[in-house]
Design a protein. Structure first.
Length: 171
């Protein structure tokens, strides 16, 4: 799949994003994109941890999937969904676990298109709700997500505990 450029007026060129479900055949480019995103977001995983996490998601569709974002015949990013279940939302839900578009392709409308497409793909899989987290300092991304109808849930705070830490279990 490729992104396409279409002339909408004499001076404006619209860039069209297409999504393609990633597989192990995409390993090298996907690993490179994830490393770029993790560097951008200061995610601290070893290369072994990163590779194991990617492999797990690529090989287990029931856990979610990773879609490559294509534009102008190039892979320019990815979006990863991780599937769960919610009593509150009465069915399957999913987290947009990671969403990355290379900097040269940002600000061209790709993010809006990708979010619309991923919502349709999630809906087709029977997913009732999508969730995501975004850095408080990333105002541009927050505006993008608000435009795509994601809402801040003021009543709730997302909290996490890393269960691999010995101190995670208290007595």
């Amino acid at each position: 799949m490729m992104c396409k450029k279409t002339n909408t007026t004499r001076h404006l060129i619209q860039v069209i994003a297409e999504l393609r479900l990633a597989s192990m055949a995409d390993w090298e480019i996907l690993l490179q994109l994830v490393q770029e995103f993790h560097q951008f977001e200061d995610v601290n995983l070893s290369e072994q941890q990163r590779a194991a996490a990617l492999k797990m998601l690529l090989e287990n569709a029931e856990m979610g999937g990773i879609w490559l974002i294509c534009c102008n015949s190039q892979i320019v990013g990815y979006i990863a969904l991780c599937i769960g279940y919610s009593i509150e939302f009465a069915g399957k839900d999913a987290f947009v676990d990671e969403f990355y578009i290379r900097s040269d392709y940002r600000g061209k409308g790709l993010g809006k298109q990708v979010l619309n497409q991923i919502k349709l793909l999630a809906q087709a899989q029977g997913i009732q709700a999508l969730h995501l987290e975004v850095a408080r300092s990333n105002i541009k991304a927050q505006r993008l997500y608000a435009y795509a109808n994601f809402e801040v849930r003021e009543k709730y705070v997302l909290m996490s505990v890393k269960l691999s830490d010995d101190s995670a279990i208290t007595t």
